[in-house]
Design a protein around this ligand. Structure first.
Ligand SMILES: [Zn+2]
Length: 172
């Protein structure tokens, strides 16, 4: 089993000053699934697609909330160099997948990847490896089976997380 190095960014990623906490908390035992995303076009106005840029986008006025979300809407982000960032505590109910928010952990791949109806590139080999290590960690620590892993496309967003990353879920 690969050792996992999770970099905690919960306090380092700025929070929305108008909404500095997530309004709902949950018991970790209520988590029954993990949902994989890509950041796609969710860049801030300067074009940054790194995790800080995505956070800036989420805490400002955006497609999810006119007042901005409290914080980046994913629990984990996987950077293209394979870094695994914890962005929110797993007990926070974040806004990444509509009705699934209460029950799921959101994992986001930084990048813009090809999927149904969406042109883009491919995730890196380092992201692939990081995802596999994180998935194994979540299965071990939360007692989740491989069948608990989904793509956002399974809940109505066809191009998320993209063809290649969706294939990873099938290989767990
Ligand atoms: Zn998504």
């Amino acid at each position: 089993m690969s050792e996992i190095n999770i970099i905690r960014l919960v306090e380092h990623l700025p929070w929305n000053p108008k909404r500095p906490t997530w309004p709902r908390k949950r018991d970790i035992a209520s988590v029954d699934k993990v949902i994989l995303h890509q950041s796609a076009g969710r860049a801030d106005p300067s074009g940054n697609r790194d995790v800080f840029g995505i956070n800036r986008y989420h805490i400002g006025p955006n497609h999810i909330s006119a007042a901005g979300c409290p914080h980046i809407c994913y629990h984990f982000s996987l950077d293209d160099d394979g870094s695994i960032y914890l962005c929110n505590d797993l007990t926070d109910v974040t806004w990444h997948c509509g009705p699934q928010n209460t029950l799921s952990i959101g994992v986001m791949l930084v990048g813009d990847f090809a999927g149904p109806g969406h042109e883009g590139g491919e995730p890196t080999a380092a992201q692939d490896q990081a995802f596999m290590v994180l998935a194994e960690h979540l299965m071990n620590t939360l007692g989740l089976p491989p069948s608990a892993f989904f793509g956002h496309c399974d809940f109505g967003k066809p191009a998320c997380p993209g063809n290649t990353a969706y294939g990873w879920l099938k290989s767990l």
